[in-house]
Write a protein that binds this ligand. Structure first.
Ligand SMILES: C[S@@+](CC[C@H](N)C(=O)[O-])C[C@H]1O[C@@H](n2cnc3c(N)ncnc32)[C@H](O)[C@@H]1O
Length: 165
């Protein structure tokens, strides 16, 4: 199911307007969210990853007619993509995917990366903001900023181990 218009409007105004770098839509579907992100943030490179052929080819055909130079769709399983170079990740997936993504985010995202998840929270992460949309599902949008706290905790632990504490 694509992100609804109400959800799109609410979350797009919550993203820092001066964001730069690469924005990734993990599972870009028919492409409409990635298209909005690319148009709203022309200074960013937007990439949508999608495995399902019909929505993927639809989004490619859309892009053929609606030229958006900073947008690319790639037919690829996003679990096999390294996310280290992203500034912002957008997801609208399912709980099982969020569990796997938690580990991937911990390993690959650099501190400061913004993660915006429609409906499904990232397990074990504390959102910096939760937006509530007044629609029939009372949709929640979870906004996170990858912190360095876990990395620092791991470093502190390995120093303790080295020092034999
Ligand atoms: C709920 S739709 C969201 C589409 C779009 N992001 C939006 O917000 O409108 C989720 C999409 O993720 C795709 N997807 C799920 N797992 C994927 C994976 N591992 N790699 C690439 N795409 C995936 C599905 O095929 C589906 O099109």
């Amino acid at each position: 199911m694509p992100t609804s218009e109400k959800v799109k409007s609410k979350l797009l105004v919550s993203i820092p307007p001066k964001i730069h770098g690469t924005i990734i839509d993990l599972g870009s579907g028919w492409g409409n969210m990635a298209i909005r992100l690319a148009k709203q943030f022309p200074q960013c490179h937007v990439i949508g990853y999608e495995t399902s052929p019909v929505p993927y080819y639809f989004s490619k055909i859309w892009l053929f007619f609606d030229k958006i130079p900073n947008l690319q769709f790639r037919k690829k399983n996003f679990f096999s993509v390294n996310l280290k170079d992203s500034s912002l990740i957008y997801t609208y997936l399912y709980p099982g995917a969020m569990k796997i993504l938690y580990n991937k985010f911990e390993e690959e995202l650099i501190p400061g990366t913004i993660v915006v998840s429609n409906t499904f929270a990232v397990p074990q992460w504390d959102p910096v903001q939760v937006l509530e949309v007044k629609d029939i599902y009372n949709t929640r949008i979870y906004m996170y900023v990858k912190s360095s706290s876990n990395i620092e905790a791991l470093q502190a632990k390995s120093e303790e181990d080295v020092n034999g504490k």
